[in-house]
Design a protein around this ligand. Structure first.
Ligand code: PLP
Length: 482
């Protein structure tokens, strides 16, 4: 596909869509933002959306739908069993992935629940490039263990490696040898590897993993929730993919796997999820769990409208001009922030921008939650809501001591086709201001700390009056600006 070059020197990601429905946003003044984040216990999960200017918390279920998706929702065939809507979805998945069987589920974690129940038992191991929170929870709930086999490059914050999501093939072989193929529940590869910064794997790496699986008679499962980003990076970063269409890369990816599951809150810009399966026996092993936990086999917890939107969304994912929007906006934001010295995960991946709080606020000890403090400071400075991905997101040891996270990140998700470039520029500007004033940012401490999932519900306070000083400096530098 030809990219649009500008006559001037600037490289600008040009939107290949126009906006036809808008939602009014509100940007409360900085003093009010301080009040709101204080009420929310300095926890961005507890902010009300009405008080948020740019919601960059997540890309889940908040991507913009196309006109065609919305139109399809109006012709959905509403029936409990055997709806034509379901058949259209099933046929689309067969067409794209070349796998005969499909099981619908209400979202990505429900697929993980079913897979774990069917294949994981105490003593079993699931090797993967990297875990996702819900994946790991479902595997360990069934008594299994996760083994992370991402290449060393995957955990380097600053890198130029184009495929930080690759699995280390040597480590995979060694693990299968050490544990025995019979004890491997399945091997899992995650597209656009979420927790290490939306980093892709190469098609070549997937082929190598697939070979090892075949040699050992082990099942290969793909988490395709962030497949759209991975396909884009295969196309632009991998030499032998340059001449292939997105549809061809999709099929080659699928041909290497036995099972593909996905969250349709991300893939296909809708809501829902499902599991595509090549082999009848494997399908039959999981099938009874769908009516039990999700719903009848022709909806699995999804509404027919969601299924129609998903069918169209999956087809639209085959359009490079559609799937390039997220990664190109993210690359633009990463470039601009790097120019201003803001430390972040590189190279730019999918999903969003990942600010490295360990370096941004290197004066804040990990025990005072630097990533949480930075997320709070960013909301005060901009009205932008990001997500803490650091020590706050960990759970304490049974003896009460903290587990300090490897990475202290503030993730700024880029929901697909939702924000305009001027809004991205605003985010860059406010982050640059905050970086220049980073010494004003202080730590946080708990007021109320839940035992499980403390990052969702926990309430925190600043360790000093640093937030008031930040507001005062904002007024000094930016006058009466919102
Ligand atoms: C979001 C996500 C999931 C879980 O999907 P939900 O629809 O939120 O349950 C699983 N895997 C990956 C890689 C994800 O990004």
């Amino acid at each position: 596909m030809a990219t649009v070059k500008f006559y001037g020197n600037e490289t600008v990601p040009l939107e290949m869509h126009k906006v036809r429905i808008v939602q009014k946003l509100c940007l409360p003044p900085v003093e009010r933002r301080l009040e709101k984040i204080t009420e929310a216990g300095n926890n961005t999960f507890l902010l009300k959306n009405a008080d948020v200017f740019l919601d960059m918390l997540t890309d889940s279920g908040v991507n913009a739908m196309s006109d065609q998706q919305q139109a399809a929702m109006m012709v959905a065939d509403d029936s409990y069993a055997g709806s034509a809507t379901y058949t259209r979805l099933e046929n689309k998945l067969r067409d794209l992935f070349g796998m005969h069987y499909f099981l619908p589920a209400h979202q990505g974690r429900a697929c993980e629940h079913i897979l774990a129940k069917a294949f994981v038992s105490p003593g079993k191991v699931v090797p993967m490039n990297y875990h996702f929170t819900t994946t790991k929870a479902h595997i360990t709930l069934q008594g299994g263990a996760v083994e992370e086999l991402v290449t060393d490059a995957g955990l380097e914050v600053v890198s130029v490696n184009p495929f930080k999501g690759n699995m280390d093939i040597g480590k995979l072989r060694a693990l299968i040898k050490a544990r025995g193929a019979d004890n491997i529940a399945f091997v899992r590869m995650e597209s656009g590897t979420n927790l290490i910064g939306g980093q892709p794997f190469s098609l070549q790496n997937l082929a190598d993993v697939s070979n090892v699986c075949k040699e050992n008679g082990v099942l290969l499962v793909l988490d395709a929730s962030l497949l759209a980003d991975n396909l884009y990076f295969n196309k632009v970063r991998e030499e032998h993919c340059k001449a292939l269409s997105i549809r061809e890369i999709t099929r080659r990816t699928a041909d290497l796997c036995d099972v593909i599951y996905f969250s349709a809150r991300k893939l296909g810009c809708a809501r829902g999820g499902g599991i595509c399966i090549r082999d009848q026996g494997i399908y039959q092993r999981m099938r009874p769990l769908v009516p039990l936990f999700e719903g009848f086999l022709t909806y699995g917890g999804m509404s027919v409208r969601e299924m129609e939107a998903l069918t169209v969304g999956l087809e639209e994912t085959m359009d490079e001009e559609m799937i390039n929007q997220g990664p190109q906006f993210i690359a633009y934001m990463v470039d601009q922030l790097q120019e201003r010295g803001v430390p972040l995960i590189t190279p730019a991946g999918g999903l969003g921008c990942h600010i490295d709080a360990k370096r941004f606020v290197d004066h804040i000890p990990q025990a005072q939650y630097p990533a949480g403090a930075l997320a709070s400071a960013l909301y005060i400075a901009s009205g932008i809501r990001g997500m803490e991905r650091g020590t706050l997101s960990e759970q304490r040891e049974p003896d009460g001591s903290e587990i300090f996270a490897n990475m202290e990140l503030v993730r700024l998700a880029m929901p697909r086709r939702v924000f305009t470039l001027s809004q991205v520029k605003y985010a860059v500007d406010r982050l640059a201001w905050l970086y220049d004033n980073r010494r004003l940012i202080g730590g946080l401490s708990f007021i109320e700390e839940p035992e499980v999932l403390r990052f969702f519900y926990g309430l925190l306070k600043p360790v000093s009056d640093w937030q008031d000083k930040l507001v005062a400096k904002f007024r000094e530098d930016l006058g009466d600006s919102l």
